[in-house]
Write a protein that binds this ligand. Structure first.
Ligand code: C5P
Length: 286
């Protein structure tokens, strides 16, 4: 009998807004964010095996130069689930990378979340959602949000997640060949005296209604100014997206990626033509 296999897409995310509320005693920051999964995804495949191994495949710029806490999060996730699951065995985990690394797109967190879900099924652990979320929270602040299928309003340091209904929209994604480390971005925010963006209710209403025209000008990210001050390319890409007709443009997470919001798919493709290397994505996936 051939070994059983479970395959899951690990969708990247963008932050339609990211509001930093303040630094905490534990080194993290309290925040609020609308986390939107996008069509760009890694694929995580797990297969029964004697030992636990992780194999990362993809273009060398995606699999090489892995930042600490990046891709190996899939392995850490497997070990964490193994501790919580008496039926855990070995597994061969293969991650096919498409999501740029350290790009503010939650690639490592998405891989970890998909690994938890896939191994829970492969090993027949029956670990419930709440316990998976607790395991996820220990792996990284974005993992609980990535365990939920669909957009979420995230708060706390990331562990509090509530589904946020939203119609699919079209975005143009500009990524760079450099990443930004989250601890750096949050430290720069502290050093700058930490500005906090507006009440997100109008933005959440626009997102829920799928009203791209209303949503575009409301997109914001409190980490954007301090990251752009160190990486002017990010601000240039944001401004270029707006010049090309995006309804709004914002840095995702702690950077380095930027997304521009389009009216529809045709509009997104027209904008992307003006920005070499840009990708057209739907979010949430259409
Ligand atoms: O949780 P995660 O490992 O993704 O966080 C990486 C770093 O980003 C943290 O060590 C912290 O410096 C910063 N961070 C933060 N507040 C958050 C999430 C992350 O300060 N809510």
């Amino acid at each position: 009998m051939s070994p059983r296999t479970v395959r899951r897409e690990a969708h990247a995310k963008i932050n339609a807004f990211l509001r930093v509320l303040g630094a905490r005693e534990d080194g993290y920051h309290d925040l609020e964010s609308l986390v939107v999964p996008i069509s760009l995804a890694d694929v995580v495949t797990v297969r029964e095996a004697d030992a636990l191994t992780v194999d990362v495949r993809g273009a060398s710029e995606l699999t090489g130069a892995v930042p600490a806490g990046g891709l190996n999060l899939a392995l850490v996730a497997a070990l964490a689930l193994g501790d919580a699951c008496p039926d855990a065995g070995g597994a061969r985990i293969v991650v096919d990378k498409r999501i740029p690394v350290a790009a503010g797109l939650g690639g490592g967190s998405a891989d970890a979340a998909a690994t938890l879900l896939a191994l829970n099924e492969l090993w027949g652990c029956g670990v419930d959602e709440g316990t998976l979320a607790e395991l996820g929270e220990r792996l990284g602040s974005d993992v609980p949000a990535m365990l939920v299928e669909g957009p979420v309003l995230m708060s706390g340091r990331g562990e509090l997640v509530a589904p946020a209904p939203m119609a699919p929209l079209w975005w143009v994604l500009a990524s760079f060949d450099f990443g930004v480390r989250s601890p750096d971005a949050y430290r720069w925010w502290d050093e700058a005296g930490g500005g906090t963006g507006p009440d997100p209710v109008p933005l959440l209403d626009a997102a829920a209604a799928g009203d791209a025209e209303a949503l575009g000008p409301l997109l914001f990210n409190d980490l954007e100014a301090v990251v752009c001050a160190r990486h002017p390319e990010i601000a240039e890409a944001r401004d270029r997206l707006l010049e090309l007709g995006a309804l709004g443009a914002v840095m995702s997470g702690s950077g380095s990626s930027v997304v521009g919001l389009a009216r529809d798919e045709v509009h997104a493709r027209a904008i992307a033509e003006g920005l070499p290397g840009a990708l057209v994505v739907s979010g949430p996936p259409a």
